[in-house]
Structures are given as structure tokens and as C-alpha cells.
Design a binder for this molecule. Structure first.
Ligand code: FAD
Length: 457
């Protein structure tokens, strides 16, 4: 069961996982002299602002992914990158601390998955009087790369995938049913998702999910630069229903992403009114006036199974990374899948052998990630530990620290997705690390911080 000259591949979903799978498959097949016909199905309109062209996300691209893409010859254009983030501020009930990018060359990219927030055309030229910021979609950019390699985009929604004989058959609106040699499910976890697959094509359990909330707030370019600069803010305070939240500056807006339980519009109001959060924004701003709002699903696990003969899942639909770097997982699974399909064939056995291990590795790391986030939660409820953590970070961020960055690196990697949870846990269990945390925590008992100490802007 192999892909040969003129084999037909359907990629359902043109988000990062779908477009990168098409891109890598075509790239590899072209180099081997195999001509593949690859169709990408997606109804999203990535040039339209707001939900129609957006795959609902914080839009943080970890430096690891920026580097991996660059090694593939994929450099994110300036109109896609809305801001290069070089530091983040951690806010807890016990105070705040700033963490600069731990290694000088590390920079994360903040971008929009679609073409910017819903009201961005209405806002027009921003308060700086300069030209409006360009908002080019990350997903649209990746899709254009796949098209350059030879993929064809079919701008419609797939309604079902069934099987006739051994071949999967794709049905979509306004199109005759088509059979394919391989169908790739890159449908993510939002919308109808995996329900389009008839059990005759693939019978599976989708990944578990939870709800998140994303909203955009308009500041204008100058005010954004003044109040946020290139700093992302992570809030680990005791706010009802919010586990943690991030505020990410981009173009003329900040994106607010919240994770927690039973989140809704009221939770955003509670969050934005919290004194620590309110202090980040200019006084004049009406935090009730939001430019975009969504409540998407976040993947928490792995589909089971991930593959059948000639049908396979990729990206969020298969497995993601817990609470971070989902685009990195989309890249990793897309690359592994493309290599497995083009080199080793499209049978279930072949996928199990050459593709599924990549998914399992991410899934195992997510299990470790759950314990990392449980610990992070514990810090919120134990003020002594929280102050110890802040004390360590503040010490590390001084010139006298001599490059000692253990806690800064752990926190940076936890919230930016630059490293595996396994690596984070290993570093946290280092006896020296634990000894320093204990010392700092005990010291904080004796010396309570003065009001305003460690305030990070
Ligand atoms: C609130 C939130 C914040 C996040 N923040 C970040 C972050 O800051 N950084 C990061 O790296 N990751 C983040 N993620 C995760 C990231 O968004 C996902 O991991 C990533 O989008 C997965 O890409 P994908 O291509 O697998 O799926 P998606 O991006 O969901 O793309 C799926 C595509 O399939 C299409 N589709 C679905 N069904 C059909 C159908 N029947 N027919 C045709 N097309 C279909 C959809 O239109 C969509 O374009 C976040 C996720 C959430 C929910």
C-alpha cells in the first residue's frame, strides 16, 4: 500500500497541521520524482478578519518552532509576525517578576492565525497616524507554501469520509464524491471535527478537550508599545475559575487567553478587573469593549487509534501539546506523517510503525505536563512557595547571578512551550534547584516584600 505516481491525497483541514502535511509530502515526493495530487479541503477564509478566518489561538510561536521552520527554509514574513516577544512578566498574588529571554538568541513570535480581530477594518488607521498594521494570517501563509509546492485548495467543508472497497471516499458540499489513496484528517478539535469520519473509514475515540476563552482588546500601536512593549504577561493569581491566563501584545491589540473551569464572558470581566491585571492597561481604556471573543476547545489528549489503512489523523485531531505549542505539535506530527506516508506507505501497520511513535511521545510528555501544571497550581495556593519562586527569579535576573537561570528557564519553558515537560520536570527535581527554592522560600518568611517590590511592567 504505497503512494506512487499520480496517487491522490485528500488533506481535510488547512490549518497548520494540514498545510504542513501537504507541504512536506509534496516536497519529499517531488525530490523522489513522484508526482502526487494533493487536495486540501477547508472552508476557512484566512484573508477575512474575525472568526471566519481564524483558528482561535493565543498565537505564540515558540522559538523552537521558529527555528525548526527556519531550518526547513520557512521564514515567517514580517507581516505575519505581529511582535517578537523577548520577555515575560509573571504575576502572582505575592508579587511580580520579569523574565527576559533566557538565551540571547531566543525570541518567540506573536501572530494571528487569521487576518486579525473582527473589528480591525473598522478601527482603520491607528492612533499613531501611521499606516495600519498589516495582518497576514499565519495559517494562510502556510497554506500558500503548500500551494507553491503543488497542492490544490478546495474551499469547502467536507461532510463525510466513508469507504468504498479499500479506498476512502470524501464527500463535500457542491462536489461529487471522490475516492483517494490516502485521506489525512487535519480537522483539529473545534467544529464537527472527527464526526465526519464514518466508522467504516476509521473508528476512533477523539482526544479529550476542555474550553478556553480568547478575547482581543484594542489599544493602538503607540499605547501597546508603551504599556506592553515586547513583553507577554502570565497571570498566576487566585482568580475564580481561572487556572492561568496570558496577555499577549500584537499589532494594535492584546490577545487575552484564559484557561480554567466553566469560563465565559463574565470570567473575562472578573479577570480584567483584578487589580494586577487592570494595572497593566492604560487608565482610559474601557475593558468592556472587546474586539473579538471566542470560546474554543483545547486538546488534552490523543485520539485512539490515530490511523487505519489509507486514513490517518494529524495535528490536534491526533495529539497536541498540553496548554502550549500546539503549532509545534502540528509541525512535528505533520513532518513525521509526511515522511512515513511517502517513504513507508499508507497501511495501518506502516503508520503504526513509522508515525504513531511521534504521537505517543507527545502524549507521554503531556502526562508529565499534567504534573507540572498541578505543581504550578500548588504554588498559587502556597504563598511561601510562590514567594520563593519569585525570589529565585529576581535573583537570577540580576547581573550578579552570573548566568544562573534555573527557575527562569523552567518558567520560560513552561509558558512558552520551548522545551518538553520531561526536561522541565527533570530540572525541577535537581537537588540544587530544590535546595535553592527551599532557601528562598524560608528567606521570604523572614523578609516579607515591601509593597510594590518586584513590580513588573
Ligand atoms: C485558546 C487556545 C490558545 C492556544 N494558544 C496557542 C499558542 O499560543 N501557541 C500554539 O502553538 N498553540 C496554541 N494553541 C493550540 C493551537 O491552536 C493548535 O494546536 C493548532 O491550531 C493545531 O493545528 P491543526 O491544524 O491541527 O488544527 P486547527 O488549527 O484547528 O485547524 C483545523 C482546520 O480544519 C478545518 N476543518 C475542520 N473540519 C473541517 C471539515 N469538515 N472540512 C474542511 N475543513 C475542516 C478548520 O476550518 C481548520 O482550518 C491554542 C489553542 C487554544 C484553543
Amino acid at each position: 500500500m504505497e503512494l506512487t505516481h499520480h496517487s491522490r491525497v485528500a488533506v481535510i483541514g488547512g490549518g497548520p497541521a494540514g498545510s504542513l502535511t501537504a507541504y512536506f509530502m509534496l516536497d519529499l515526493a517531488n525530490r523522489l520524482g513522484i508526482h502526487l495530487n494533493v487536495d486540501i479541503f477547508d472552508a476557512a477564509q484566512f484573508t477575512v478578519p474575525g472568526p471566519k478566518g481564524c483558528n482561535h489561538c493565543g498565537g505564540i510561536i515558540s522559538e523552537t518552532l521558529v527555528q525548526m521552520l527556519s531550518m526547513e527554509g520557512i521564514n515567517l514574513p514580517p507581516e505575519v509576525v505581529q511582535r517578537g516577544i523577548d520577555s515575560y512578566a509573571l504575576h502572582t498574588d505575592q508579587g511580580s517578576a520579569s523574565i527576559r529571554t533566557p538565551l540571547a538568541e531566543m525570541r518567540i513570535a506573536a501572530l494571528y492565525r487569521g487576518s486579525g480581530p473582527l473589528d480591525r477594518i473598522k478601527k482603520g488607521t491607528d492612533d499613531s497616524g501611521d499606516e495600519t498594521v498589516a495582518y497576514r494570517s499565519f495559517d494562510g501563509f502556510l497554506q500558500s507554501l503548500a500551494v507553491e509546492k503543488g497542492a490544490r485548495v478546495i474551499n469547502t467543508k467536507v461532510t463525510s469520509v466513508t469507504r468504498t472497497g479499500s479506498l476512502p471516499v470524501v464527500a463535500a458540499k457542491d462536489m461529487e464524491d471522490r475516492s483517494y489513496d490516502l485521506v489525512v484528517g487535519a480537522v483539529g478539535v473545534n467544529g464537527a471535527g472527527l464526526k465526519i469520519f464514518d466508522p467504516s473509514a476509521i473508528a476512533f475515540k477523539p482526544p479529550k478537550t476542555t474550553k478556553a476563552v480568547v478575547t482581543e482588546i484594542y489599544l493602538g500601536r503607540q499605547e501597546l508599545a508603551k504599556h506592553f512593549g515586547n513583553t507577554m504577561h502570565v497571570v498566576l493569581a487566585r482568580i475564580p475559575r481561572v487556572s492561568f491566563a496570558a496577555i499577549i501584545p500584537k499589532g494594535e491589540y492584546v490577545t487575552v487567553v484564559m484557561l480554567g473551569k466553566e469560563l465565559d464572558r463574565d470570567t473575562i470581566t472578573t479577570f480584567l478587573s483584578h487589580p494586577t491585571v487592570r494595572a497593566r492597561f492604560p487608565d482610559w481604556i474601557d475593558l468592556g469593549a472587546r474586539s473579538c471573543y471566542c470560546r474554543p476547545d483545547v486538546s488534552l489528549g490523543m485520539a485512539s487509534p490515530v490511523c487505519a489503512d489509507r486514513v490517518v489523523l494529524v495535528g490536534d485531531a491526533a495529539v497536541s501539546r498540553l496548554y502550549k505549542d500546539g503549532n509545534g505539535a502540528a509541525y512535528k506530527t505533520a513532518k513525521a506523517l509526511a515522511t512515513a506516508a511517502v517513504i513507508h506507505g499508507v497501511s495501518r501497520d506502516s503508520f503504526e510503525r513509522y508515525y504513531v511513535p511521534t504521537c505517543r511521545k507527545l502524549d507521554v510528555d503531556n502526562t508529565i505536563g499534567k504534573s507540572v501544571f498541578l505543581t504550578v497550581d500548588l504554588f498559587k495556593w502556597l504563598p511561601m512557595l510562590s514567594r520563593g519562586m519569585l525570589g529565585m527569579v529576581r535573583g537570577e535576573q540580576t547581573p550578579q547571578a552570573g548566568g544562573r537561570m534555573a527557575m527562569s528557564m523552567v518558567l520560560w519553558d513552561t509558558f512558552t512551550g520551548s522545551n518538553s515537560y520531561r526536561s522541565i520536570l527533570r530540572r525541577c527535581l535537581n537537588p540544587m534547584f530544590l535546595a535553592r527554592l527551599t532557601m528562598e522560600s524560608l528567606r521570604s518568611l523572614r523578609a516579607r516584600p515591601a509593597a510594590g517590590e518586584g513590580e513588573a511592567r
